[in-house]
Ligand binder design. Structure first.
Ligand SMILES: [Zn+2]
Length: 328
């Protein structure tokens, strides 16, 4: 049938899990497979696991192998989609200049399209999620770190070397702590789930009283964003303060993005998005203070809709788009 793209295999490579799926041109997941990443065993081992997962999902699917057109591969960290090299990745500690695309192409015999995981999620949300019908929007994942995807005029903006969208590394405090990107005081050090947990731990270590300590079994290292949310729901003042401070920094970053891009929509994904209005309402208020009123008023906010599938669906959208471009 004219215009109907064949199915692809999409892979979402994460620091702990590899999710692979056979996805058709309508975004339907026909088969899926979950493998452990074992990032601690190094790049070659992880590449082997990706290939195992790709093989497993192809075997599970009823689609004949020769009808699967390509592999869309979403990977965390800094990579170049053209060369297919992953330069470095916070979730894959030993990765330096890994030729991931070539390795998977050689191992699978299929064409591979590599994309940053947050960029993939942006494409997934545009096609099937909260940004359906949007032409100009920004996807933000508030998670362990902060990732992003910028969509301009319906196209993913990848920059001159494929690295655009690293919005977690906008500097918000020039004298702030060192960041693993090589800089200091980056947005993700103040506005991510990790940042929120660190803030609470520091306060409690300084002797501040909070229900969080009991909730964490008296071990401050057990404090995470979910626990802080629960404590705040029970009215714990420290938890509420930590959320307010994190929201303030989220809003500072959002305000900057609104001024630069004047987007019609900002989609918030990642674990912190699940906190809902407790965190996001004050963040949006702060963004209003930090951006041009007209640009702020033109911006809608939404929470991501695809959850754990945003990465694979986005990687599938990317692969199908790239195949189409190559054919036309
Ligand atoms: Zn940074």
């Amino acid at each position: 049938m004219a215009g109907k793209a064949p199915p692809v295999i999409a892979v979402d490579l994460g620091g702990s899990k590899i999710l692979s799926a056979v996805v058709d041109h309508r975004g339907k997941i026909l088969a899926s497979d979950l493998h452990r990443t074992h990032a601690e065993k190094g790049a070659d081992f992880v590449i082997g696991n990706i290939l195992k997962s790709v093989r497993a999902v192809a075997d599970k699917s009823t689609i004949p192998e020769q009808n699967i057109a390509a592999i869309g591969l979403g990977a965390p960290g800094i990579s170049n989609p053209q060369t297919g090299i992953v330069y470095s990745s916070p979730n894959l500690p030993d990765w330096q200049n890994v030729p991931l695309k070539d390795a998977i192409e050689n191992g699978s015999g299929k064409k591979v399209f590599l994309i940053n995981d947050a960029n993939a999620a942006a494409l997934g949300e545009m096609r099937y999620g909260a940004a359906r019908g949007c032409r100009n929007f920004i996807y933000i994942t508030l998670s362990t770190g902060i990732g992003g995807g910028i969509i301009i005029d319906g196209q993913l903006y990848t920059g001159s070397a494929g690295m655009a969208g690293e919005i977690g590394h906008i500097v918000v405090e020039p004298d702030g702590p060192k960041c693993n990107c090589g800089g200091a005081g980056c947005w993700e050090l103040y506005a991510s789930g990790t940042a929120m947990a660190r803030r609470a731990r520091e306060e409690i270590r300084k002797g501040k009283i909070s229900a969080l300590l009991d909730m964490a079994g008296k071990d401050v290292d057990n404090i995470d964003a979910l626990l802080i949310q629960r404590a705040a729901e029970h009215g714990d003042p420290l938890a509420k303060r930590v959320i307010a401070e994190t929201a303030r920094y989220i809003g500072i970053g959002l305000g900057g993005l609104i001024n630069i891009f004047n987007p019609e929509l900002i989609v918030i994904g990642g674990g912190l998005a699940n906190m809902g209005s407790m965190l996001l309402a004050p963040a949006y208020k702060e963004a209003a203070r930090r951006s041009y009123r007209e640009a702020y008023r033109a911006t809608r906010f939404a929470v991501a809709e695809l959850g754990a599938h945003s990465g694979v669906l986005g990687a599938a959208v990317y692969a199908i788009e790239q195949l189409r471009k190559k054919r036309s």
